[in-house]
Design a protein around this ligand. Structure first.
Ligand SMILES: [Zn+2]
Length: 394
């Protein structure tokens, strides 16, 4: 058994000054004690100068793209349309892909990540997921260019989904984005195994051109899609925004993870929250800065009190897979956002989104959430410094 304490413990639900966590040798929490800052010295106590948090939940990643570091330029100024153009033409499958995926998996562990919501278009990552100590929920993602291709695309997704099921790895089949899933395919996805609540993820409002495309089938994104062979006649885009198109197809009982939301407005938040109580807004700030050179209106989302989560996205649009680095980016750009709300996004909210909050997401008796220490913390302003580091304690 271990007893651990630090200047502050962010449990995921509350903040304890010099609280004490007791855990067993498997990292399972036995008790959490609030000392109200009055800690008594004891020989068996490990005390750390820093803050303690539960293990992080990376709510959005594409680990199968881990070999693409630096392959997509981040200075074209073309935003998402340019990114899509490049990723379709440059994506390759090198011989050492398995090694790169395995390396990314280890990197996430060292960065205090305990669970991942991971997008898969192929089965490349399944081998690593099978043996990893991280929890993965795989979003088997589908998109295609026309209704004619819908059946083949869906069949392939179902093959990958079954492979994961055979290995007892949690998974669901999900749409890529409102603009890239033709009507017939979206119907197949939303009707698939919908007798019980699922976890769905969809890229949402990542670029300003997305809503323009939905409304008028015009603009830079429309041009790139047409160049890539998309038959836009097969996309009805029923709605005024990408968000509305998605909600028209999705089931309100499912957990719906909306990814990016870089150009989501206040009325969109209202629309989604009115649609369902199970909306999770997932943000990948460093990826947004890489691709679109802009950030979502995060203070708006946090002040609305909606369920926010954090993801790293992939090496195609990020230089590392670190939730702490995403936290730093949020805190640096928006110091007005309460740090404990950011930690909740990185832990408890992500665990709820992936339906694993019985084990992960908060430091509470009975859970095995993983224990992170963040050092070099700015206690005066209660936020991380650029040089803050992470150490996995359990
Ligand atoms: Zn993504």
């Amino acid at each position: 058994m271990r007893k651990i304490s630090a200047e502050y413990i962010f449990t995921g639900k509350s903040v304890l000054k010099k609280g004490i966590i007791e855990l067993d040798n498997n990292g399972k929490i036995i008790s959490v004690n609030d000392t109200e800052g009055k800690l008594k010295e004891s020989a068996s106590l490990e005390f750390y100068n820093g803050i303690i948090t539960p293990g992080f939940i990376n709510a959005h990643c594409h680990i199968e793209l881990s070999h693409m570091k630096g392959m997509i330029s981040n200075d074209t100024g073309r935003g998402l349309p340019g990114f899509i153009d490049e990723i379709i033409s440059k994506r390759n499958f090198p011989e050492d892909l398995q090694k790169q995926i395995s390396k990314a998996d280890k990197e996430m562990q060292l960065n205090g990540i305990v669970a991942v919501g991971d997008i898969s278009n192929t089965d490349d990552s399944f081998r690593v997921k099978k043996t990893s100590s991280l929890h993965y929920h795989t979003f088997v993602e589908a998109f295609t260019v026309s209704n004619k291709e819908a059946e083949t695309t869906f069949k392939q997704a179902r093959v990958n989904y079954r492979k994961l099921q055979t290995e007892n790895l949690p998974a669901t089949i999900v749409p890529h984005a409102a603009y890239s899933v033709p009507d017939k395919l979206y119907e197949m996805i939303s009707n698939f195994e919908n007798n019980k609540p699922k976890i769905i993820s969809v890229h949402n409002q990542e670029t300003p051109g997305e809503d323009e495309l939905i409304k008028e089938k015009k603009g830079e994104l429309a041009k790139v899609l047409k160049d890539k062979g998309f038959l836009l006649d097969d996309f009805s885009y029923a709605g005024n925004t990408a968000l509305e198109v998605n909600l028209n197809y999705l089931n309100k009982n499912d957990n719906i993870l909306l990814i990016h939301n870089t150009f989501t407005k206040k009325e969109d938040i209202k629309t989604a929250e009115n649609f369902s109580d199970n909306i999770y807004w997932v943000f990948c700030p460093l990826s947004n800065l890489y691709i679109e050179k802009t950030l979502p209106d995060l203070p708006l989302f946090f002040s609305e009190g909606v369920k926010t989560c954090i993801g790293t996205d992939s090496y195609a649009s990020n230089t590392e897979l670190s939730v702490l680095s995403e936290i730093k980016a949020i805190s640096r750009n928006f110091p007005e956002i309460n740090f404990s709300d950011i930690i909740k996004s990185a832990t408890l909210n992500g665990a709820k989104a992936l339906k694993i909050d019985d084990i992960y997401g908060s430091i509470e008796p009975g859970k095995t959430p993983g224990i992170n220490l963040i050092t070099n913390f700015d206690f005066e302003n209660m936020r991380p410094k650029p040089e803050s580091k992470i150490k996995v304690l359990a």
